[in-house]
Design a protein around this ligand. Sequence first.
Ligand SMILES: NC(=O)C1=CN([C@@H]2O[C@H](COP(=O)(O)OP(=O)(O)OC[C@H]3O[C@@H](n4cnc5c(N)ncnc54)[C@H](OP(=O)(O)O)[C@@H]3O)[C@@H](O)[C@H]2O)[C@@H](O)CC1
Ligand SMILES: Nc1ncnc2c1ncn2[C@@H]1O[C@H](COP(=O)(O)OP(=O)(O)O)[C@@H](O)[C@H]1O
Ligand SMILES: [K+]
Length: 484
Amino acid sequence: MYIVNSKEMKNIDELTISKGLQESILMEQAAFSVKEIVEDLNPKKILVMAGTGNNGGDGLAVARLLKNDGYDVQVYIIGNEENASYGFVNQKDICKEYQVDFIDEIKDLNNFDVLVDGIIGVGLAGEIKGELLDIIDHVNSCNCKVVSIDIPTGISSDTGKIMKKAIKADITVTFGYLKIGHLLYPGRSYSGEIKLSQMSFYKGYEKNLKRFLLTEEKIRDILPKRPKDSHKYNFGSIAVIAGSKEYSGAPILSALGAQLSGAGMVYLITPSYTPILEHEPSVIYTDFNKNYFEKNDLIKIKGKIEKSDVILIGPGIGQNSNDFIKEILEKYSHKKIVIDADAIGVIKKVKTNKNMLITPHAGEFQKLLKKEIESIEDIENYSLEKNINVLYKSTTSLITDGDNSYFNVFGNDALSKGGTGDLVSGVIASYIAQGCTVIDSTLIATYLVYKTGYDLGIENTNFTVTPLQIAKNLNRELIKLRGD
Ligand SMILES: NC(=O)C1=CN([C@@H]2O[C@H](COP(=O)(O)OP(=O)(O)OC[C@H]3O[C@@H](n4cnc5c(N)ncnc54)[C@H](OP(=O)(O)O)[C@@H]3O)[C@@H](O)[C@H]2O)[C@@H](O)CC1
Ligand SMILES: Nc1ncnc2c1ncn2[C@@H]1O[C@H](COP(=O)(O)OP(=O)(O)O)[C@@H](O)[C@H]1O
Ligand SMILES: [K+]
């Protein structure tokens, strides 16, 4: 499923109109879908709040459709009508013919059961200003159901940020394509339930789109088959290089992630003892009885690394092993490498390539970027400049190779526990070992871990789900996907 920003949406709109489909037809389609959703709420009294752009035009068309079906509906216009769009003016004229009721002031919004927010859509420019600031406060403090047209007023469709103030919708009805702002917090929570309406947009533009929503369907397409006539080396081997005296649990979660999701051989190499074999005796385990890896340890693990198809380096490795990590990244840059946690910072010092994946959470990424992350483009541009794949881990995670990006929205707070990331990196390495591309492996792994965490949270509670529990239940999602 495609995801667009405001510029792409405008291009699609213009291209469709240039093919001869009139704007008023698109507006009628948009309004009709909003009207049906408002009707489902069984309202007695409806207020449509309309801005003076095309989002307002949609709002006016919704009011007219509802009025025509006998609903008690009123319209309140916000903004300067001198600058109004043609779509707005045209709809206002039609509303007058249909005797739609316009009001000049709003007293108590609680007199209405449903408010339709047709104030500003993808045309939001800069921060909200003027009388709208107070109106948004008023809307957010009332008890009525709020249905936003296209995107809640005040949410940037490009970043999901609140542009000073934003309407909190119960339902957002959007047209043709999801916008970035629906998927990134806080826009994701301000949008409420998102309904996507089908539109007659010209699909020829889709070849230019490069952002996608990760779906179960996509995972079904890319999940590897397991040949019956096979042996362990068909499913790849992984060197998990992880852990330190401080963090002896992280390597366990990474190795379990790798071993419990289908890899053929998992070598776990840690500086300090960790009881992985008590959890899973099939892991091939080595430790060096020391606190941290040192540069000259590489010689001792060379054999295992060279036998491996994939290297996972970083979980729990601490800050004292940077020279050791750097040497591995340089020497084995021809191998697929998942670079997680404390190893991520080391990429600043090495030449990177598309065999590599970094898996930063927001804090780790900010350190790499040396500034706040403003938008999805910051992550995509970093990926392009560094020529490296990125899994940006957040409440909505982004998986990108710089050219194409996927949004994963399956996670929730059940995952907000130390160790989830270690598990994720182990599962990613597993699917790379099994022959998937780095990006596909990241899609599969984040889907499996997030969805399992989500489901366990529903069956138990989000308070109690742990990364170990998720690791042990990865089979459930795989059973559903495979249908066996
Ligand atoms: N795309 C499509 O194919 C289709 C699009 N459709 C619909 O069109 C919508 C896009 O319409 P759009 O381009 O006219 O912009 P829109 O969202 O109404 O915003 C402009 C208005 O907002 C105002 N305004 C802006 N910033 C502001 C601020 N900071 N603070 C205060 N005010 C601010 C601005 O005021 P001005 O700056 O001009 O005074 C102007 O009045 C889209 O979301 C969808 O609903 C559907 O009909 C189906 C087909
Ligand atoms: N509230 C949330 N909603 C969705 N995903 C979440 C949430 N909290 C955490 N996650 C996911 O859980 C993982 C946590 O990773 P990370 O912070 O690296 O953990 P650790 O380093 O402790 O192993 C990430 O993949 C992140 O996207
Ligand atoms: K809106």
